[in-house]
Design a protein around this ligand. Structure first.
Ligand SMILES: NC(=O)c1ccc[n+]([C@@H]2O[C@H](COP(=O)([O-])OP(=O)(O)OC[C@H]3O[C@@H](n4cnc5c(N)ncnc54)[C@H](O)[C@@H]3O)[C@@H](O)[C@H]2O)c1
Length: 328
């Protein structure tokens, strides 16, 4: 069994490769080639925690996966991570556990790569400006994903927490220097969104984090944060302006994401406004962008197939390169 830390993972896979892995996972998912049972949630009321178990299997790859994500908000007071996670990769030809990977980083990588895949497939080719709202745990890989798929001159970042925003901008200007884009702190959400060709929201907000009227024609949006019925970071106005509304999994989004459920309930949109899943665009079953001035929205909540295919790619690379710690 191979143990793979965040540093090991960073050594063997690039964001561009992660984007390709996530595209493949969306193709497999839409072709009905992945078995992704609903996740199991066990509450631990005594410690205000919950343990989430996300299983998946792709028979064509002979690989199974279980992601364990534990949400313990009180951990902040104990100096421990609030959402510790591990990904367990299982060789489906014999049931042996092949690898245990840092699940927090695999999640960040595959979630960023989902935005990257959406932009690569649905955004205009000549994008120049990006915007990112939210500078938490997901933000670095979201930012890198947009830089990896489009040659951006500038990305404006906004977060309600000014201190975290400044620290994030400073560290990203160093870490992502190689992409050659100016990474700037925006004064406000409006300042960030104005003129952006690509826009990512990655916050746990329950109220919209941007003004949908300010988004320019031709923009492509990826909304990552909302995964419960009360959570809404997307301004519903943007859904009335959008020519295409795409999902990682329409079924998963409709089972949990307030970003789409609230506008459906209030009648701002109907299910007829939905275009389809990104995997179906990749398979050629659903149309993508038709014109440069269209606004396109992608909503993702994350599916187990993303974890499996991304973790398998990392594992294969690590075996080839002799990276990681063997545990027999
Ligand atoms: N789609 C997926 O596959 C996927 C995967 C992992 C996490 N998530 C979700 O993505 C969201 C972000 O995750 P994270 O780990 O980065 O969270 P986090 O708590 O680490 O950071 C969230 C950031 O958003 C900022 N924020 C909150 N409201 C804001 C607002 N109105 N305007 C600007 N900034 C605001 C906060 O100040 C914070 O810096 C969470 O809801 C998380 O559950 C989605």
């Amino acid at each position: 069994m191979l143990l793979l830390s965040k540093e090991d993972i960073k050594e063997v896979i690039t964001m561009r490769e992660a984007v390709e892995a996530v595209k493949e996972s969306f193709r497999l998912f839409s072709a009905g080639k992945s078995n992704v049972p609903l996740r199991t949630n066990i509450n631990v009321p005594e410690h205000d925690g919950s343990m989430l178990f996300m299983p998946s299997l792709v028979e064509d790859l002979d690989m199974g996966c279980l992601k364990v994500v534990n949400v313990f908000p009180e951990n902040v007071k104990k100096g421990l991570p609030t959402t510790p996670a591990q990904v367990i990769l299982i060789d489906a030809s014999n049931g042996m556990v092949a690898s245990v990977l840092d699940g927090t980083y695999v999640t960040q990588l595959r979630t960023g790569a989902a935005s990257g895949a959406a932009f690569d497939v649905l955004a205009n080719k000549d994008c120049e400006k990006g915007a990112l709202i939210g500078t938490g745990g997901q933000a670095a890989t979201q930012l890198e994903a947009m830089l990896a798929v489009r040659d951006l001159e500038e990305v404006k970042i906004f977060d309600l927490n000014r201190e975290r925003l400044q620290a994030f901008v400073e560290s990203m200007n160093q870490e992502l220097d190689g992409y050659g884009a100016h990474i700037l702190a925006a004064e406000s959400s409006d300042d960030a969104v104005e003129d952006a060709d690509l826009l990512i929201c990655a916050t746990p907000s329950s109220t919209p984090v941007f003004d949908g009227n300010r988004v320019k024609d031709g923009a492509t949006l990826s909304c990552v944060g909302s995964y419960q019925p009360h959570m809404q970071e997307m301004d519903p106005v943007i859904l009335t302006r959008a020519s295409g509304i795409y999902f990682d999994s329409r079924e998963a989004v409709l089972s949990e994401a307030g970003d789409i459920l609230i506008p459906l309930e209030t009648g701002v949109i109907t299910e007829d406004d939905f275009t389809g899943d990104l995997g179906d665009v990749l398979l050629g079953n659903v149309e993508g962008r038709r014109a440069d001035d269209e606004i396109i929205v992608f909503k993702t909540v994350g599916i187990g197939t993303q974890d499996l295919v991304t973790a398998k790619k990392i594992y294969d690379r690590a075996v080839e390169a002799g990276v990681g710690t063997n545990w027999d």
